[in-house]
Design a protein around this ligand. Structure first.
Ligand code: PHE
Length: 453
């Protein structure tokens, strides 16, 4: 009896860890960013590079982050100080991670704002149509209106702040865990509907038949940046989550499962969207608007579609909330543990900063439409700098730190839980990748993609 409960406790807890890590990984990166970037960058070729990037670069960095977090059991800055045997300021990676969190949250909260606004639009039913004109004008009216964009974003930030202040994060995570399977089922249903559309074959071909002519260095960098973004890597989120991992948790196995499940959700989103894009005459390269235009079109094809569309946007909001909470955890925990602020104060300061910084992203498509830096509007700039520069750079440094500075012995000891987990062969491969392959590859892709050579 006692033994049983210990075993069950162990299992459910290790499932809990998997679910929480997945909760951070699966979010708008899967439902919104992945489809639109795949569409804008030529489809299957991009997908292939993305998958390669997750395997060669994403998985090792994820394993390194979680392993270091578990070994140090602290926020990223303190963790890097604790694990560092020397004096070099590796803890600065934690500071850069915090900056990345602010940049990402600034535009992420605006996309979540669109999702929240679409819940209301879904309820009133006005967007339930497969007509391109209706879809374009609904989305255009929302992002073109500064008041709506700003108010929805501040509502989202206040909502997330409320969750954190009330200390119901655990409850929300519990809820996310329960609701994610429903989102999965809805996506499956959408795929079924989409695959029955007239031009389903064209959509699938676009997603699965690579055309290598569309691939440039910039596209490879975008795919790699997406891998970091989608798996929440390079900025300390996974390190922070690692600090909550149990010692007997097999990290490489968990990382592989997270990557596979995350890819699965993205593929389902892609299969739900691209057949509809071709059937209803949307543009695959429509950019950030893609999901908001095609999903209602697919729902308009089935009985009960109105209700299901409402459920879909609510669930997308839930998934996004889970990812946002994990993003916010990094600055909040740093302010709390490093500057000695209480958690509520750290939360309020984070939210206040985001209301200011984030408003530039809410106003990007209206009042600030003319403002361009390096040819990019502020929304795209924040996205570009975080995904294509800060996260990969964080990845390089974390890989180098884990592989060379922290060192093979300590790494092996931590990943195998002092030799009690039999994952030595995997650990050797991961360490090799972390030392010789991932940092070089990321650096090359970054420099080439940024046109440095
Ligand atoms: N992975 C999340 C998503 O796909 C976003 C995220 C990025 C979360 C970085 C945490 C850290 O939506």
């Amino acid at each position: 009896m006692t033994q049983d409960s210990i075993k069950r406790g162990g299992f459910s807890s290790s499932f809990g860890v998997l679910a929480a890590t997945l909760g951070s990984a699966v979010g708008l990166g899967n439902i919104w960013k992945f489809p639109y970037l795949t569409g804008a960058n030529g489809g299957a070729g991009f997908l292939l590079i993305y998958v390669l990037a997750t395997l060669v670069v994403g998985i090792p960095v994820m394993i390194a982050e979680i392993t270091m977090g578990r070994a140090a059991k602290a926020n990223p800055i303190t963790a890097l100080q604790r694990l560092n045997p020397g004096k070099a300021p590796w803890w600065l990676i934690g500071v850069a991670g915090m900056a990345a969190a602010f940049l990402i949250l600034s535009f992420y909260s605006e996309v979540v704002a669109w999702v929240f606004a679409y819940v209301i639009k879904a309820i009133d039913g006005s967007i339930l149509s497969s007509e391109r004109r209706v879809a374009e004008s609904a989305f255009g009216a929302l992002i073109g209106d500064p008041v709506q964009s700003l108010l929805w974003q501040w509502f989202v930030l206040a909502f997330i702040g409320g969750i954190l202040l009330l200390g119901v994060t655990k409850g929300i995570e519990g809820l996310t865990k329960k609701l994610m399977p429903v989102l999965f089922v809805l996506l499956l249903l959408l795929c079924g509907v989409s695959l029955s559309l007239d031009k389903a074959a064209d959509g699938l071909a676009f997603l699965l038949r690579p055309e290598f002519s569309k691939i440039s260095a910039g596209v490879v960098l975008t795919a790699m940046g997406l891998a970091f973004f989608k798996l929440s890597l390079g900025m300390g989120t996974m390190m922070t989550y690692g600090s909550y991992f149990r010692d007997d948790q097999n990290i490489p196995q968990t990382a592989l499962r997270v990557m596979a499940a995350d890819l699965c959700v993205s593929m389902l989103a892609g299969i739900a969207i691209f057949p509809a894009v071709f059937t209803f005459g949307f543009e695959p390269s429509a950019g950030p608007a893609l999901v908001f235009m095609t999903i209602p079109a697919v729902f308009s094809q089935i009985p009960g579609g109105h209700l299901l569309m409402i459920v879909f946007f609510v669930l997308a909001a839930v998934a996004a909330t889970g990812a946002m909470l994990s993003l916010m955890e990094v600055p909040v925990v740093i302010l709390h543990e490093r500057l000695g602020m209480s958690r509520p104060k750290a939360t309020l300061i984070t939210i206040a900063c985001l209301m200011l910084l984030g408003s530039t992203c809410a106003l990007t498509n209206n009042v600030l439409a003319g403002v361009k830096v390096f040819g990019l509007n502020l929304f795209d700039l924040f996205d570009f700098v975080s995904s294509n520069i800060l996260l990969p750079a964080g990845g390089i440094l974390l890989a180098l730190f884990a592989g060379w500075v922290w060192g093979a012995d300590r790494f092996n000891d931590a990943i195998s839980n002092k030799g009690t987990l039999s994952n030595a062969a995997t650990a050797r491969v991961v360490l090799f990748l972390l030392r010789y392959v991932s940092p070089l590859l990321i650096l090359l892709v970054m420099l080439k993609g940024l046109n440095v050579f």
